[in-house]
Ligand binder design. Structure first.
Ligand SMILES: [Zn+2]
Length: 65
């Protein structure tokens, strides 16, 4: 029996102790790039993809306690 925890719960209610992992991605919109995070955050549209990546890493760093 193979029971991997593939189904991550999308709606996490009150998991105060659980550390939040910020999984960020950069989506390109035409000539713009925007950083998105699995927590619902998204950065401003950047004309440089590296800039959007920087936004993403800054966001992930800022929220780690
Ligand atoms: Zn996040």
């Amino acid at each position: 029996m193979l029971n991997l925890e593939a189904d991550a719960p999308e709606s996490d209610a009150d998991q105060g102790i659980e550390p939040i992992h910020h999984y960020t991605t950069v989506t390109e919109w035409g000539s713009f790039a925007t950083a998105h995070c699995c927590c619902g955050w998204h950065g401003p549209a950047r004309r440089a993809r590296d800039r959007a990546r920087l936004d993403a890493s800054e966001h992930a760093d800022a929220d780690t306690t």
